[in-house]
Write a protein that binds this ligand. Sequence first.
Ligand SMILES: N[C@@H](CCC(=O)N[C@@H](CS)C(=O)NCC(=O)O)C(=O)O
Length: 222
Amino acid sequence: MLILYGTPLSSPANKIRFLLNYLAIPYEYKTVNLAAGEQKQADFLKINPYGKVPAIDDNGFKLAESNAILRYLADKHSSALYPKNLEERAIVEQWLDFAANHISLATSKVMYNTYFYRLANTAKDERSLQDGFLWLERYLPILEQQLTKHRYIAGNQLTIADFSLLAALDVAELIKLNLAAYPHLNTWRQQLMKEAFYQNCHSCYAASFKQCVGTLFEDVKV
Ligand SMILES: N[C@@H](CCC(=O)N[C@@H](CS)C(=O)NCC(=O)O)C(=O)O
C-alpha cells in the first residue's frame, strides 16, 4: 500500500492528502515528528535524502516534493485533475508554479516568522515577515483576477493546481489574512473547504494547528 509521510502542520503534506482523499486512493499515513528531528534520521533519509516531508513510498517507489507527488499520483491514476492535453497541462503547471513560488513561499515566510521560529528556537526575521505580506498583497489580486474569469484556478475544471493553492492558503486565519477583500478567491476557498476531500484531512488548518501546538501560542484564537 502507498505510504505517505507527513505531519498535520505541513501544508505540502496536506495537499497530498487532499488528492488521495479526492481520488479515494487507499494509503497509510505515517506522521514524522519534525520537532524531534525524525526527518533527518537515517531511516527517513532513505525515503527522502534531503529530509523533508511530504514523501511517499509507493510499493518501493520513493518520491518527495509535494507538486511532483501530485503530478505522479494524478497521472498514475489517469485523473482529469492533471489533463493530458499539452496546453491544458501547461496551464496547470503554470498555476502549480505560481502557487509554489509566489503564494506558498509568502505564506511560509509569514507563518515561520509569526509562529514556527518560536518552536525552532530561532530569531524572528522581520524583513522576511514583511516580504511575505508584501508578496501576498502583490499576488493575491492575480488569483482574484484569475477566479473572476473561471471557476477554478487553471480553468473551469478542478485540477491539482487548486489543491496546491488551497494548501498554500490554509494558514489564512492564523496569519490574519483578510481574504474577504478577494471575494472570488474567498468563495473558491470556502467552497473547496466544505468538500469531503478537505474535511477528511481536517476541518481547517487552524484547528489542527491549535490541537498540535496551539497551547504554546496564547494569540491563536480559532
Ligand atoms: N518544496 C517542498 C517543501 C517541503 C518542506 O519544506 N517541508 C517542511 C514541512 S512543511 C519540512 O519537512 N521541514 C523539516 C525540515 O526542513 O527539517 C514541498 O513542496 O514538498
